[in-house]
Ligand binder design. Structure first.
Ligand SMILES: [Zn+2]
Length: 444
């Protein structure tokens, strides 16, 4: 037990639930992960003057504490080390909670539970084992609980979201698709979320089915599609989609994901016009990408060759986000957020731009001066000269990539629902199937 391998063995033993020795202290709940403190026995360690200090891995865990049985050190009486060793799931919960917290401090008024794509049919699609290991309900339940815990720290709202399903793309029909939605919505109702979001739909028909299920509750409904100025994947215009979402019963309508902030605002303007013509007045909502994608096609950034793992050169600056927030507000959008690529500092930029309208600054602005004014204390004089709005507002940032083109060539896949490639299957994609897919990348 007194060498490093002994520590490892003990650690493994604790993870598998084995306990060594007898009469360990009673387990107590852990504050951060709210599970329980695991305990195990390390004879000779804390009570021996020549004993090892805690293993670095253990020392890095949450709230390590040592308990000695007392007595003369020379007797080397057993000691118990009570230490929280979160399981992988518990660690993920902690990280999710901290992610919510980061956005709360950046000014988010809504904690959107991480329930995106968490329908049972998606969680068993193409080798995904999440639906077998857990269930959609378990995942949605945990997401709601964590979102509420953090929301309560800052008086924020909690929203539960449903999104497009593999069942729709597989052509399984209205009942199957709505059954998937209903299971998620039931969890949201049980967890008393403040409102529902139907997001990331690219077929207005599926969106209407989703809103219909949400209307079985008494909760407010926000509905956003991941489409642009070219309309949905069945060629229904973006304006018509807005009208159909409002008529289906959504209280807030708009767009999310797939398009950059400024491309999205163009589509929102078209939605607004159609809604006004139809005499409808729902609230408007935007949750664009945090990437510049003026070159994307109808399916947005997923058609870009850089999607999803090489998009970083396209990241918007905080100043881009201030411009987005102002333009969205002036267009009449009152639910202004972000989707893929948005980091918490982007949300802080949105919050700071609209601080006057909202009557408050985000918490994290306590350590962030507006428009680079914190640079007044910079050592270098030419950097101090950047402590002003006009510098950052007028800047045209370089990419630092001499071989980069300004635009990429999108794949323009163009397939909607019902094609063989889009059908749901539990089995992982085979190498042979993958080979066939390669052709899509080379056709553009
Ligand atoms: Zn997104």
């Amino acid at each position: 037990m007194n060498d490093d391998s002994g520590w490892s063995a003990t650690l493994i033993a604790s993870k598998t639930g084995q306990k060594m020795g007898s009469s360990p202290p009673l387990p107590i709940r852990c504050g951060p992960c709210e599970k329980f403190w695991r305990f195990f026995e390390f004879p000779f360690l804390s009570s021996s003057p020549g004993g090892h200090s805690p293993h670095p891995l253990l020392a890095s865990n949450e709230r390590p504490q040592k308990f000695s049985t007392g007595g003369p050190p020379a007797l080397k009486l057993p000691a118990y080390i009570l230490v929280c060793i979160p399981s992988e799931n518990e660690r993920v919960c902690l990280e999710v909670r901290n992610l919510h917290r980061e956005f709360l401090r950046a000014g988010s008024d809504v904690m959107q539970a991480f329930t995106f794509y968490a329908s049972d049919d998606k969680l068993i699609n193409r080798g995904n084992e999440a639906g077998i290991k857990y269930t959609g309900s378990d995942i949605n339940e945990a997401a709601c609980r964590i979102a509420r815990e953090v929301a309560n720290e800052g008086d924020a709202l909690v929203a539960g979201g449903i999104s497009q399903t593999p069942s729709y793309l597989s052509g399984k029909g209205k009942k199957s698709v709505q059954d998937e939605f209903r299971k998620q919505v039931q969890v949201f109702v049980n967890n008393k979320v403040d409102f529902l979001i139907c997001e990331y739909f690219e077929h207005i028909e599926e969106m209407e089915w989703a809103i219909e299920v949400c209307r079985e509750t008494s909760l407010p409904i926000a509905a956003t599609m991941c489409i642009g100025t070219e309309g949905d994947l069945h060629n229904v215009s973006v304006g018509e989609c807005a009208v159909r979402m409002a008529k289906a019963g959504a209280h807030v309508v708009g767009l999310n994901c797939h398009f950059d902030p400024f491309g999205m605002l163009k589509a929102i303007a078209a939605m607004k016009k159609s809604l006004e013509t139809a005499g409808l007045k729902p609230y408007l909502m935007t949750q664009p990408l945090g990437f510049h994608c003026p070159d994307n096609g109808k399916q947005g950034f997923i058609d870009l060759p850089e999607f999803p793992f090489a998009l970083e050169p396209r990241v918007c600056t905080r100043w881009d986000m201030q411009r987005y927030a102002r333009e969205a507000y002036e267009l009449g959008v009152r639910y202004i957020g972000g989707c893929c690529g948005f980091e918490s500092y982007h949300i802080r930029a949105v919050s700071e731009e609209l601080a006057k309208e909202r009557g408050k600054q985000p918490l994290s602005s306590q350590k962030h001066d507006p428009w680079g004014e914190g640079l007044k204390m910079h050592t270098k004089p030419w950097v101090r000269a950047r402590a002003r709005r006009s510098y950052w507002e007028d800047l045209q940032p370089s990419t630092g990539r001499p071989h980069s083109a300004a635009f990429s060539k999108p794949d323009n896949w163009g397939v909607t629902a019902g094609s063989d490639e889009l059908k749901q299957q539990a089995e992982s994609t085979t190498n042979e199937e993958l080979q066939k897919m390669f052709a899509y990348n080379s056709k553009s």
